[in-house]
Ligand binder design. Structure first.
Ligand SMILES: NC(=O)c1ccc[n+]([C@@H]2O[C@H](COP(=O)([O-])OP(=O)(O)OC[C@H]3O[C@@H](n4cnc5c(N)ncnc54)[C@H](O)[C@@H]3O)[C@@H](O)[C@H]2O)c1
Length: 357
């Protein structure tokens, strides 16, 4: 593969989502005619297999200093293993980053911190030739998230994809810096491929269209991965991005609750339970309950492989700042919330070149 065909990415946080993305890309490399599970096989001439990690950062002693293809299996990672997929060495060594707020007590129980000296993230990004930094660090690690955003947007001047709920792409300061530095942005917080948010939004849209009034709704999620151990202890920003993604679609105030529970034996399998208390004709009562079971990190990776390629297309075209169409379709908390059908149309227009961003 020639270098200009590559989508060169750096990864912050070699957790389950990174495991699923890296192993999933290898799945498609080994099964080149299989496009099942992809939202887009081709984006602007780029395939999923054109995505190449060139740098990675973590703080876990089982991951730092290891080759990326070894580190993705470091404890406590427990994402779905694609049958028959074995990875050779990648040549990318996971670098130690400043921990900041990335390993609070609820996570430190599972994550032994490396004692290596933190690297200069911006310098590693520059030396690696990364075109974008994909941020997969734990929810509520706001200071660490800003450290990575600063290194990418201000110093290395490369694209930034924010996969977690700290508001970076929605922050007007970062938006301004991105334009000044010629850097595209996608965020905040991935809206998984067929996840709780996508399904909750689809159900709410159906109720809007059918004239049903939503009195109250909840979404309860449980899984056994570290993301859920973390969310139980400090999930404030995730509650906010999840609730906003649904309530923003409903044209009147609606009561919504979200919950997260860590159930270790479930490993990386996530269950979401949706409940709606609705009124239909004459406000007659209707109750709706639905349940989803999904491999949590594969669900994230299926979106991230599109985000990375959409950002590459923006870089090829010299487009900087917020990539609105990608944000609205692919994230929970974009700068502009619009219905998914419209957002998807905007992404297709962006890919075809008839929409700038
Ligand atoms: N379906 C999904 O799984 C999904 C969907 C949307 C958003 N997200 C978000 O993506 C993020 C990653 O999820 P995950 O399941 O991979 O979590 P994870 O806990 O498995 O991985 C996070 C990784 O970040 C590392 N880390 C912690 N502090 C760091 C620092 N300062 N610098 C570098 N690395 C650091 C941890 O050691 C760990 O390897 C979370 O914020 C999560 O909420 C996940």
């Amino acid at each position: 593969m020639s270098d200009d065909k590559q989508v060169r990415v750096a990864i912050a946080g070699v957790g389950n989502c990174a495991q699923a993305m890296v192993e999933g890309i290898e799945y498609y490399r080994q099964n080149p005619t299989d496009t099942r599970g992809l939202m887009n096989a081709d984006i602007g001439g780029y395939q999923v297999t054109d995505i190449v990690p060139v740098a990675a950062f973590d703080i876990n002693a089982h991951k730092v200093g290891k080759d990326l293809h070894e580190a993705i299996y470091g404890s406590p990672n427990n994402a779905y293993r694609y049958p028959g997929i074995e990875l050779e060495q990648s040549g990318v060594t996971v670098q130690m980053a400043e921990v900041h707020d990335g390993n609070p007590p609820a996570l430190a129980e599972y994550v032994p911190q490396s004692d290596q000296t933190p690297c200069d993230v911006a310098q590693v990004l520059k030396d690696s030739g990364a075109e974008m930094l994909l941020n997969f660090i734990p929810t509520e690690s706001h200071n660490a998230a800003r450290m990575f955003a600063d290194a990418a947007i201000k110093e290395a001047k490369i694209g930034f994809v924010n996969g977690m709920p700290t508001l970076i792409v929605c922050d007007p300061e970062y938006q301004k810096l991105a334009i000044e530095n010629g850097v595209p942005l996608i965020g905040d917080d991935v809206k998984s491929q067929l996840g709780g948010t996508a399904i909750h939004r689809a159900l709410a849209t159906l109720m809007n269209q059918r004239g049903c009034h939503i009195d109250e709704t909840y979404q309860i999620n449980y899984a056994g991965n570290t993301d859920f151990a973390n969310l139980m202890a400090r999930g404030a920003s995730k509650h906010k991005t999840k609730q906003g993604a649904v309530t923003s679609l409903v044209p009147y105030p609606v009561t919504m609750s979200t919950g997260f529970t860590h159930v270790p034996l479930m490993e990386d399998r996530k269950t979401s339970i949706f409940y709606f208390n609705i009124g239909n004709f004459g406000n007659a009562p209707v109750r709706l309950e639905a349940k989803l079971e999904v491999e949590d990190s594969a669900n994230f990776a299926g979106v991230m492989v599109d985000m990375a390629r959409l950002m590459k297309v923006a870089l090829d075209r010299g487009v900087s700042g917020v990539l609105d169409s990608s944000c609205s379709f692919l994230t929970k908390h974009p700068p502009t919330q619009i219905p998914d059908v419209l957002a998807r149309q905007h992404v297709q227009e962006f890919i075809s070149g008839s929409r700038e961003r």
